[in-house]
Design a protein around this ligand. Sequence first.
Ligand code: HEC
Length: 131
Amino acid sequence: MKNIYKYMLVTILVASGCQNTKTYKRGINSSNGENTIVNSPNSSINKNGKEIWQRCKACHGEKGEKKALDKSAPIAGQDRETTIYQLKEYKNGNLNLYGFGQLMKGQASSLSDKDIEDVAKYIEELATLGG
Ligand code: HEC
């Protein structure tokens, strides 16, 4: 009996620990030894999204503020569901909003579902990244 409770407790701790690392990292603040949040969700966690965005910004602007090739809408801050939907549709060759669907198909074709989710999350946060 005892062992079962121990096992359950460990399972709960492990499960909640995993969830934490998804949203933010906790660390010890060395100056006062307190356990504080050292990384905000925006900063270093979504590295993959940020990395992918480096390929997009030439056309969409550093912060997603530009109309790509003077055609697209500015996408900074666009909600992630919309971006995920659009990128998947571009990838499948099913979306062509302004006559440049083929171009975006090329951009999206190498992105995995996870890449698409990560970059969509990054784009959603662009509007809030330091002005
Ligand atoms: C070579 C320039 C170029 C690059 C690089 C590029 N895009 Fe685009 N993007 C466009 C153009 C042009 C359109 C309009 C396509 C159409 O006609 O539907 C567009 C459309 C979009 C849209 C839909 C915007 C709307 O108006 O609703 C999204 C979202 C998007 N791009 C995301 C991305 C992402 C994410 C990347 C990087 C992986 C990327 N783009 C890379 C040029 C580019």
